[in-house]
Each structure stands twice: as structure tokens, then as C-alpha cells.
Ligand binder design. Sequence first.
Ligand SMILES: *Cc1c(COP(=O)(O)O)cnc(C)c1O
Length: 374
Amino acid sequence: MSQVDFASLAAAPIRALRAYDPGHDLVALRRQHAPLPLVELGSNENSYGPSPAVVAALQSALPELYRYPDPLGGDLKRALGRLHGVEPRQIVLGNGSHELLMQAAQVFAGPGDEVLMSQYGFAVYAIAAMAVGATVVQGASLPAEGPMPLGHDLGAIATRISPATRLVYLCNPNNPTGTWFRPAALEAFLGHLPQHAVLVVDEAYAEYADDAGYASALPLLPSHPRMLVMRTFSKAYGLAGIRVGYAVGHPELVGMFERVRESFNVSLPSLVAAEAALGDQPHVAAVRQRNATERDWLAGELRARGFPTADSQTNFLLTRFGPDCAAIEADLLRQRVVLRPMAGYGLPEYLRITIGRRDENRALLAALDGKEAC
Ligand SMILES: *Cc1c(COP(=O)(O)O)cnc(C)c1O
């Protein structure tokens, strides 16, 4: 066979890219440990699962699977519009919000442009920017005085805005830190957003937030037409496997996504499941409540063991395990407890811990016991 330099076939930005690292190969791990179950706390999934209404809706949709889905997702957009008090044409649906985060870079940035994001932000933002040949610019997080990266310094991020900035990603509450910023800080940042740039506020964990200092950016949309707010069904709605996310913004800004969106990007079962999940807000409220209880408890237990843990408004905790972090993680893995290593995020002494049910959280703590605090 002749030697082919396959990388040379890829477009220049793709050559420089490394694929998104989803953490561990869970399918392989499950197989390796079967029939014993894993304690899966690495992917920020919802341990309580979706509303029972989702299962019923999916069953009734099965006979329709030979049909294409509604390419406009009209029913789901109308339901989302009612929930958020926006018009359906202000919404674009994605195959998970991951797809929309990628499309945002495709739509708004290109070679020579800058895409701005926080340090310690979701890994997808940099991949999205690099895939279109744009330059990644990271604004500093709050100085890690003390043991934790304390969250976004929106003022410091704003100083990195330049004439080449076309797109900004901010995550609130933030993955992987769990931290959040206040509406006043966002409004100040919006005051710095130049005419030539679009701001994406990724609110994948918004449904989990209950601190009085947190607020969604959605109410700011009418006065800020160059802002988009992204949400997902993968977290609080418990539908990570169904792949639906959405962006909300000015109808014409949202319309730019329609130019590149694959016509049937959200499958028929996905539309049906998301609409059913949306209709069961009491389930979401119960999930938020149970998660908040577990979050307080688990954070307290980790801190009591000497592991510094950031205050979180999400369904996960960022915890510092110190220089032995990799060994601790490997030991947990041997005990079938899966967390998310953070070395790829520049935080090699930290692990990200999805807040599970009490039995899962107990299993984690039991596996940790005997470990030295850092
Ligand atoms: C989980 C997550 C998403 C949502 O991803 P989906 O593609 O909708 O599953 C988006 N942004 C952040 C920061 C996340 O952690």
C-alpha cells in the first residue's frame, strides 16, 4: 500500500486540532468490570434520569420512525418559547448544544479572527474556534489565591477583547469549575462587547442554580441583540443520550445558524422526548432540590476529609486532591468509581465529581477513605 500522509489531506485548521477528550472509555470500563456496576460520576449526567413522561412519549412516537422529523422543530420551539417568554423564531435547535457551540464558531469566526473565552472553560470552545481557523484567546480566571481557581474575572476577560474579536464564549454556571458570575458582572461585560462581536452565554447548568446571586442571561436578550443563550436537555432534564440543545437570541442572529444547520439535525425521538421533558417542570424542580441537598452534603464531606472543593451552582464539584491526584484517581478507578481527570484543563491536581444520588456519593467517599489529604 502506498504511504499516504492523511493529515496533509485535512484543511490546515483541522491538521492542528486534537479531538475532544470525553474522559474515560466508559463502554470499555463497563465491560471490564461487568457484572459489577461502575459508579459513574465523570460526565455530569443526571443520576435521577428523565421524567417518566419521556418514556411514555417515546413509546407513542415509535410507529412514526419511518418519517423524517419536523425540520423546524416547531412544537418544541413553541413549548420552549412559552417557558422562556420568547418567540419560537428566536430559537435554534441543535443535536446537543455541543453542535450549536461548534456552529457558533462556524457562523461568526474564521481565519484571522479571535475567539475569546475564559481560562478553565469548556474544552469545546477552543476546538470550535480552532476548527474554523480562528485564534483562541483566553482571559484569566480569578487569581487562585488560596487553593481554588475561583471563577471568571469578567473584567480581566474584557481586557482581552480586540479589533479581531468576533466571538466570545462565557459559561455560567461554569464547567469545569462549577462557579458562577452575577448579572451585574455580565452587564458590565456586555458594555465592553464591540459591534463586531457576538457573545454566547452557555447555560448548560442553569436549571441547577439556586443561589440568589445567580440569574440567567435570558432577560437581558431584548437589550442585547448580539448575545445568544445556550441551554441543553443533557443535564437537569436527564436526557444526555437523546442529544438536544438550543440557542435563544435575536431572530436574525439565530437565522444565521439556519444557513449551516443540517435540515434534520434533531431526530424525531429527540424532539418528542425533549418536549415531554419540558412539560414536566416538577421533575426538574425535584432534580434541582435533590441535587442541591447532595451538593451541600458531598462538598461538606470532601472538605471534612481535607480536600478543598469549590462552591458550585451545578451538578458537579471541582475538588483539589493535590500532587497525588493521578494516583488517587487511578485507585478510585480500580474501585469502579469514575471521576473526570482535569489535567487536560490545566488543573492536574483536581478532579471533577458529578454529584450523584446519595448511594453513589457514599460509594465515592468510601472509596476515598484512607486517602491522605493534600
Ligand atoms: C454538558 C455541557 C453542554 C451540553 O452538551 P450537549 O451537547 O447538549 O450534551 C454544553 N456546555 C457545557 C459547558 C457542558 O458542560
